[in-house]
Design a protein around this ligand. Structure first.
Ligand SMILES: Nc1nc(=O)c2c([nH]1)NC[C@@H]1CN(c3ccc(C(=O)N[C@@H](CCC(=O)O)C(=O)O)cc3)CN21
Ligand SMILES: CC(C)C(=O)C(=O)O
Ligand SMILES: [Mg+2]
Length: 277
């Protein structure tokens, strides 16, 4: 069955956990849909994993649309959320609505996600009012890496924890239908999850959240620039890939690849005639 905003809200009501992974391409999207994942996030983390930037700040609307449209072509049922890239919504509520509209129109995705709590209340309200479902994102918001001085856990002291709880109430009040909690203490995330009506999707926020999200290259051991504490390697696909590339390299050099099974045939007669010419 196709996942919708209503079905995702229902999952929280029923106490069913929501699974989300990032995705940035067609072939991987098809594999994720085959797996039963509830939601796909076309994250601006593609700046790190696909493009090799050190943070997400350089990611453009065009980057997001290029990858988002490919992901949407790969799924029929799965709910797809598009990250709004740095500076596509911060300058004004007008920019936020126009760029949210572009992300939906030019990819066919189902919702947008933007970072921030109290500071983006009006943006969330205006995008929601235009008919686009919004996922909020609070706690350690990577587009503010320079303000935080690194990718550091947020909400550890009383004042900071209270601010994050208030951000959670603010984004719910503004109309967000779900909220990502990134790198916050587990007990704070559990408390927020209890207090909110909308589902919380955690990353580095413990088991008390209503759902979880991970970057797909992280959970498969394909990304090694950094391995945050919250990452679990569900498989070591990176090792498998290096082994396969190495096998290919060897077989090409030995001449064992390609074998006859990989060749196309032509009548010997034709080749004989060509030799005579
Ligand atoms: N591949 C990838 N995975 C991610 O989870 C991710 C991205 N890229 N890009 C955007 C942001 C950046 N994120 C990050 C990046 C690094 C840490 C990290 O290394 N944290 C350390 C230190 C925590 C602290 O000092 O408070 C850790 O040990 O988890 C965490 C989140 C999460 N997002
Ligand atoms: C890590 C998730 C929540 C994200 O925003 C991203 O992948 O860009
Ligand atoms: Mg992001």
């Amino acid at each position: 069955m196709k996942n919708t905003v209503a079905s995702l809200l229902k999952m929280k009501e029923n106490g069913e956990k929501i699974s989300m992974l990032t995705c940035y391409d067609y072939s991987t999207a098809k594999l994720m849909e085959a797996s039963g994942i509830n939601m796909i996030l076309v994250g601006d983390s593609l700046g790190n994993t696909m493009l090799g930037y050190k943070d997400t700040l350089s990611v453009t609307m065009e980057d997001m649309i290029h990858h988002g449209a490919a992901v949407v072509r790969g799924v029929k049922q799965t709910f797809v959320v598009m990250d709004m890239p740095f500076m596509s919504y911060q300058p004004s509520v007008y920019d936020a609505v126009v760029n949210a509209g572009r992300l939906i129109k030019e990819t066919g995705a189902n919702a947008v996600k933007l970072e921030g709590g109290a500071a983006v209340k009006e943006h969330i309200r205006a995008i929601t009012d235009s008919g686009i479902p919004v996922v909020a994102h609070i706690g350690m918001t990577p587009q503010s890496v320079n303000a935080f001085g690194g990718f550091k856990v947020q909400g550890k002291n009383e004042k900071a924890a209270e601010q994050i709880l208030q951000d959670a109430y603010d984004v719910q009040e503004a109309g967000a239908f779900a909220v990502v909690l990134e790198c916050v203490p587990a007990k704070l995330a559990a408390l927020i999850s209890e207090k909110l009506m909308i589902p919380t999707i955690g990353i580095g926020a413990g088991a008390g959240c209503d759902g979880q999200v991970l970057v797909w290259q992280d959970m498969l051991g394909l990304f090694s620039d950094y391995v945050p504490k919250f990452v679990k390697h569900f498989a070591n696909v990176g090792d498998i890939m290096v082994k396969a590339f190495n096998d290919y390299d060897q077989e090409v050099k030995e001449g064992t690849f390609p074998a006859q099974a990989h060749e196309f045939k032509i009548d010997d007669e034709i080749v004989e005639k060509l030799k005579e010419k």
